[in-house]
Design a protein around this ligand. Structure first.
Ligand code: NAD
Length: 526
């Protein structure tokens, strides 16, 4: 008897199918044909296309019905968008504005996002399968990122050197890097876009955005809000469709100065390779296999709750998912039992019901991938202590997965090393701090890590030794616009949000000046 908490279908009426369009040079445009024609294609997540036109129908992963349609972008459409961003940058219609003027637009966008939060949250939930309360939190939280970026736009400054000697002065300028391609995933479509776009705009860049083919709508709604807020045409362009050819074109085109990508490590590698042809700047936010280490002296109640939050939040489809815990041997059994018990109380089910904490898996293919990891672990000798199969939610489609906890795991198993991206927790054990750090660092990824202990020496020694972009101490997944974020090792390149998040979109130029006395001649007089 699994005894899980399941929220059945709420019976809410779904809105009309949303029709999305590319945004190029301030105009919303279809690819070639309109929806409802014979060119409509069924959704095949992740499948590469030849770039011809047609429409992608997005089926809600929780409800199984069509919720949006988007044109399949072509190389030509991507190139038009790049050309629009290029000329918008080159004529200075945005980059030449004062920081104050740019901040005014960004603040207006933040207000408009908040005013439209309900409709944005609804479509985000229907496309992604995440609970409506969390979609709303994502949208309103993202508005705060736009406000923070506006503050950066006004306080942006370089550096000066006034101690180079009496005749010299140097000024270090920060200049916008130019045209930026922004490629985003489906798991936090609007949040991740907002970790990039307002910072690029604050810096004075112009952009071409490609959202995931699974979750395009909130990005296109944002396009409408940008126009309403008075952003000049061509400063932000949006191209819909698949990674091939749209994303690939955005990564390799010589008119693009930088590509910033969030998604899987495999695609990130391809983007870095495509960008290398013109040596454009590349920023990558990739996968993670993030450990939480639990010491016996920790507040074990708080730790268990954070472990459960860390693994099931966003159905585990989260780059920061706390997907592996490393528990001290002395407490491993009772702690795991506590986590299993708490897991039964987490509400899985209809994402439209405000009581739901965990919704659907984004696609059928992805659900099968999650299940394959659990099956392989079972075969390799691991124990499935909870879950391990699809979850039946009364009245809804098949794309739900049970909260799953896998024990008797060894560090070499795929489930302990690779990103499952589902509601699946693996449990490893340790005896000493050194051993825990070895397990943490014996990984290809290095996005985030956590430590739970009441001993400050333990916490700080761990934090300094862990190879990760973020280390949480006695908490998990707290984030702030002010605090920069990014990964080490194969979790990424570069940083987002915080002051460093703005610097990513800037070039540095040094002005070295002689003042007062003229320069001593190099050529000797005859
Ligand atoms: P994905 O890599 O499959 O796709 C991401 C985006 O890249 C999509 O827009 C897709 O269309 C596009 N794309 C696909 N192939 C491309 C190509 N050849 N060239 C250019 N673009 C291409 O990732 P996903 O499945 O959408 O998202 C899940 C992954 O994202 C997970 O691995 C997760 O860890 C990662 N992620 C990382 C972070 C982070 O901040 N580190 C945050 C969220 C998600």
């Amino acid at each position: 008897m699994l005894d899980l908490t399941v929220i059945p279908a709420s019976g809410a009426t779904l809105p009309e199918v949303r029709i999305n369009r590319h945004l190029i040079d301030g105009v919303f445009t279809p690819s070639r044909t309109g929806p409802g024609t014979s060119a409509v294609t069924p959704e095949v997540p992740g499948q590469a296309r030849d770039g011809d036109s047609g429409w992608i129908e997005r089926l809600s992963p929780s409800h199984g019905t069509v919720v949006s349609r988007a044109p399949i972008g072509t190389i030509q459409i991507a190139e038009l968008a790049i050309a629009a961003a290029r000329s918008a940058f080159d004529d200075g219609r945005w980059s030449a504005l004062s920081g104050k003027a740019r901040a005014t637009v960004l603040l207006k966008v933040a207000d408009l996002i908040e005013a439209n939060a309900d409709r944005m949250a609804l479509i985000e939930t229907l496309e992604s399968g995440k609970p409506i309360t969390q979609s709303r939190g994502e949208i309103t939280g993202a508005a705060d990122l736009w406000r923070y970026a506006a503050a950066l736009a006004r306080t942006l400054h370089g550096d000066s050197h006034n101690s180079l000697g009496p005749d010299m002065l140097a000024v270090v300028l920060k200049e916008p890097i130019g045209v930026v391609s922004i490629i985003t995933p489906w798991n936090f479509p609007f949040w991740i876009l907002s970790q990039k776009l307002p910072f690029a705009l604050a810096a004075g860049c112009t952009c071409v955005v490609k959202p995931s083919e699974l979750t395009p709508s909130t990005t296109v709604i944002l396009g409408e809000l940008l126009i309403e807020a008075g952003l000049p045409a061509g400063v932000v362009n949006i191209v819909l469709g698949y990674g091939q050819p749209v994303g690939a074109t955005l990564a390799q085109d010589p008119r693009v100065d930088m590509v910033t990508f969030t998604g899987s490590t495999a695609v990130g590698r391809g983007i870095a390779a495509a960008a290398s042809g013109t040596l454009k700047k590349v920023a990558l936010e990739l996968g993670g296999k993030n450990p939480q280490v639990i010491f016996p002296d920790a507040d074990l109640g708080a730790a268990a709750d954070a472990v459960v939050f860390g693994v099931y939040f966003n159905t585990g489809q989260c780059c920061n998912s706390g997907s592996r815990i490393i528990v001290h041997e002395d407490i491993a059994k009772p702690f795991t039992a506590r986590v299993v018990e708490l897991s039964r109380r987490v509400a899985f089910g209809d994402p439209l019901d405000p009581a739901t904490q965990v919704g659907a898996i984004v696609s059928r293919d992805h659900g099968a991938k999650i299940d394959a990891y659990v099956t392989a672990a079972r075969k390799a000798g691991a124990t499935v202590a909870l879950g391990g199969a699809a979850l039946q939610v009364p009245g809804l489609g098949p794309q739900f997965y049970q909260p799953t906890i896998v024990t008797n795991v060894t560090p070499d198993m795929a489930i302990a090393r690779e990103e499952v991206f589902g509601p699946v927790l693996t449990v490893l054990t340790f005896r000493t701090l050194d051993e825990a750090l070895h397990l943490v660092n014996d990984a290809d990824y290095g996005l985030s890590a956590g430590v739970w202990s009441e001993n400050i020496h333990t916490c700080l020694t761990f934090a300094r030794g862990a190879q990760a972009g973020t280390v949480w101490t006695n908490t998990w997944m707290d984030g702030f616009p002010e605090v920069t974020f990014g990964g080490v090792k194969q979790s990424g390149l570069g940083r987002e949000i915080g002051r460093q998040g703005l610097d990513e979109f800037m070039e540095i130029k040094s002005l070295v000046m002689r003042i007062g006395r003229t320069r001593a001649p190099w050529v000797r007089p005859r």
